[in-house]
Design a protein around this ligand. Sequence first.
Ligand code: BGC
Length: 749
Amino acid sequence: MTSRHTYLLALLLLLAACSKPTVQIDPVDRRVDSLLSLMTLEEKIGQMNQLEGAWVNDDLDGQIRAGQVGALLNVVGAEKVNHYQHIAVEQTRLGIPLLLGRDVIHGYKTIYPIPLAQGATWNPDLIREAAEMTAREATSDGVRWVFSPMVDVARDPRWGRVAEGYGEDTYLTSVMGRATVIGYQGADSLDAPIDGQHVAACVKHFAGYSASEGGRDYNTTNIPEQQLRDIYLPPFQAALRAGAGSIMCSFNDISGIPSSANRHLNIDILRNEWGSRAMLVSDWGSGSDLVAHGYAANRREAAYDCISARMEMDMQGLVYQDYLKQMVDSGIVTMEQVDDCVRSILRLKMRLGLFEHPYAESTPDFYADDALLLARRVATESTILLKNDTLDGQPLLPLHGVKRVLVCGPLADAQKEQLGTWIFDGEPEHSITPLQALHEPGTGLEVTYEPGLTYSRDTDLSGIDRVVKAAASADVILYFAGEEAILSGEARCRADITLPGAQAEMMHRLHLTGKPVVLVVMAGRPLAIPDEIGQADAVLYALHGGTMAGPALADVLTGLAVPSGRLPITMPRMVGQIPIYYNHKSTGRPATTPILLDDIPIGAPQFSIGQSSYWLETGDKPLFPFGYGLSYTTFSYGPVQIDETEAKTGDVLRISCDITNDGSRDAQEVAQLYVRQQAGECRPVRELKGFKKVSIPAGQTVNVCFELDTRNLAYWHADLTNRADPSAFQTWIAPDSRSGQPVEFTITE
Ligand code: BGC
């Protein structure tokens, strides 16, 4: 501890000793208040200011020294971190340490699969471990605060940031977000200290960001209050209940009110209803963006709107830095409003132990064996087998009796692209690609490589001719297709979610060779590729798998590992079906047997073909439903048993079934519990209420039992009350969101 800190601590203890609290005050709160009482208005405003530390600002040293900065982003590495931290701690009046944040989204140096792929594992324990390992690497380089997890429930795969969340379902996103927070912070309770090997999480983007119109980033949203509370908010509440230290505003407006100025979200819900004390930071410049939104007339008004909505820290928006003092001096903003914000910030700094240990002390710990092994496991478990045709009496995968493989496609050997979006610190040269992994002698394969297309948007067909020629001497073609990393993530939305460039043409040509083709898709979103999937003999949907994507895919292809990923998001047939998600409402005219465009007789009278809810080109169904995924074995589900068929709200029901592994491989199955309320305020056709990833040895049966707390059947009604209704319900334990046989139960009053 520095001498300045010793002095400060003594002063704080003295102040604490002199005061005679009448109520029991949390010691951290007392410490925060003592420090706050020593601060000038300028110092308080400084704490609320977060600046970019790598390329945007000049003279950070001077600003920090003047007490104008409370947090930085993008400063990493012990030397740089300590440089700024020394100034804050030793050269400012009160020596308050800086908070250093970074976009560590799916790994620091060792890159894990993108969050959407993590959702595909349906394995929260594994995801917690990955977050904890990420914290270990990040803290070893001076990072103590990460802008993750993103828990925006995303129902639109055009939106580029679909890659950054856990998919389309509220429950799955809540479970995964919570696991990530616990992994990062090393504890699962509110206000628990976060030690030096862990980081503070920042759950984002609050709220409704993923509902942007047309799947276009930063776009407006219009979310009815019930939907906001039923679909978009629960994952935030779950992450906060797990103790998330901070929360970030989103860029969008909801029905005209941008999040950074949204009092309903930030005060009524976050503070008053949920009682959260997590620190609320803006998104990058989202405070000053209020002017571009057409919400505030100028930046001064923007500052007023943000403080009125208790946006506590301004990330590189500079509106507090520029206007807050004037507004407090002139009485427009009160000191209490400022103090509330600063308290949250100081509390987080204390929770991280920054006053005691402000400096980065450890040595870099990157790419350790256990981290790489874990990354490989997460990538393996996130791989989804969508199709596996039987050829010559055997399923094509895992490869068996195959010697000569032709590896092709733009993602086969793309070290950078397989890492996916948001990898500020990931280093492509550490990635092991599928090509490299398949070349390993242990695979027993003779590998020929002919990329065909050099990057995903490549349209030069001459390479495809070479692949077709090379295919003549191959037993099996492994085609690694997909999207480059730059095509998903922030501001990377697509209006057409097919395979870019000439990749579809290449699939077609490979199909015509008559050789068995395994299509492996490495992308940042679900793509609408029914034809390509139809032409392939086997399909692995891998998303962007990170540093160890190659070895993981080689393990799955050769059968060392059995695929156990399940879709965390619906795969549409075509872009015009979007939004298409499993938990839609039934409508008054559910789809029966759709008659498609080509089957309508010419001149048919208007109502001669029936009326139900579907598209003429595609019917009502997606290509693959949420929750779907195959294995190298098959599982059969016994009838669903329920301990009580009549219950009252508050009772807990036990719902179970036997699942048998019918094949000869030990494997993991994801048992999914769904519920449908038969009558109420137009409830979804199914809702996920639980899941379990279970290992089932070959030939054996396990009993999977869920406890359904009937209070979890509550939902937000039109009168904005949250309650469960008496009703008949159906429930399924099923391998995906469309299959299974339901049983019924009734909730009486
Ligand atoms: C993104 C955030 C990110 C922040 C800081 C913004 O553009 O929306 O998710 O954490 O930048 O880099």
